[in-house]
Design a protein around this ligand. Sequence first.
Ligand code: ASP
Ligand code: MG
Length: 436
Amino acid sequence: MKFGGTSVGRPERMHQVKDLITRSNEPTLVVLSALSGTTNALVGIGEALAAADKALAKERIDTLHAHYLQFYPELLVSPAARTKAEDILKEHFELLNILLKISFNEAIQRDILAQGELLSTKLFHALLEEQGIPAVLLPALDFMSIDENSEPELGKISDRLKAQLGQHPDNHLFITQGYICKNHRGEVDNLKRGGSDYTASLVAAAVQASVCEIWTDIDGMHNNDPRVVDRTRPIAQLSFDEAAELAYFGAKILHPASIWPAQLHNVPVRLLNTMDPAAAGTLIKAEVAEMGVKAIAAKDGITAINIKSSRMLLAYGFLRRIFEVFEAYKTPIDMITTSEVAVSVTIDDLSHLDQIVEELRRFGTVEVDPNQAIICVVGNQVAETKGAITAVMDSLVDIPVRMVSFGGSKHNVSILVDAQFKVQALKSLNEGVFKW
Ligand code: ASP
Ligand code: MG
């Protein structure tokens, strides 16, 4: 069971989490995020230090400290538990103040970022202790690791975690930190922002859990963007493939990388709402019988690049040479469409756009369209569901479509439009495809 920042962000929410994890007697491993706002605050402290502004860093440490000094007396009542919390705060805020004094580097930055999850899990463990609930706090830094490419070492994680769990045969409740890990140099590192979901999925895969529950503050993944479209609803079930397509498209509820470990070990993932535990949420698993369109999502900040060359006609190896340019600049390509003499691709990382365009000019005429949005329609077998693609295209009659990518998988149709049409596209697809 993984609980996000808002689920542990207030003392009363932590109490709610305590109730949720003790509802059943099944062996449970609980992964916690930092209290909401903490990681952002730690990023701010790191930024101030990177800019050599120690006064600002100190001010930010003190503000964060004040927040926790207010938090713990509302969480814990017994003098013993409060003393424990005071010791925890002392340890971690003293460390932050020491880091302030030594010369700043990236490893220190990552040490700073790790304090959030260490604080939340230790305070939560103190709460369980106060309530007489037996639970073991497992330090994630003892088993979570990433290799030199920042990829989690699932095999090693599994071996270490199982060994640790084996040392507590009489316990069935374990608490650990999301997000943080050790890197190949043995330094403290992390799984990138939002990475607690990824921890949960890795841990679930590592111990072959019966389910991986991700508890957040909304009732599952929605079938369209609730910030843009009225009348969206949670999706009851998704396959791993569908969920992976959606998670990439900024359906902010789930870290995009968190699908593969669960999928690899076939652990079903449930998205649940701490504020409304009875709500059905979204179940993500291998097989999903339901056909047709399930969700629509959009991602903006996309740039399309078109390369036109008569040399492409009947040539082989042409696409490879084009892709090598993107590879050289470590820039992922999202959508691709081709014609006999041209190829269009999209990217969202623009850091090397100028160099990429420069090199692509060797192959032909290059055109760049900035400010595009990918609209992604996801569903089981959309490609084979009668009328699905017609309904999608009919909904977009009034919108100029720049690219369409269809058939890459059976679960997805991606459409590229100018970003100014994004909201209109999401709204008309909602009407046209879901037939309210
Ligand atoms: N605390 C980290 C963050 O805010 C990780 C997480 O919550 O998933 O990004
Ligand atoms: Mg999150």
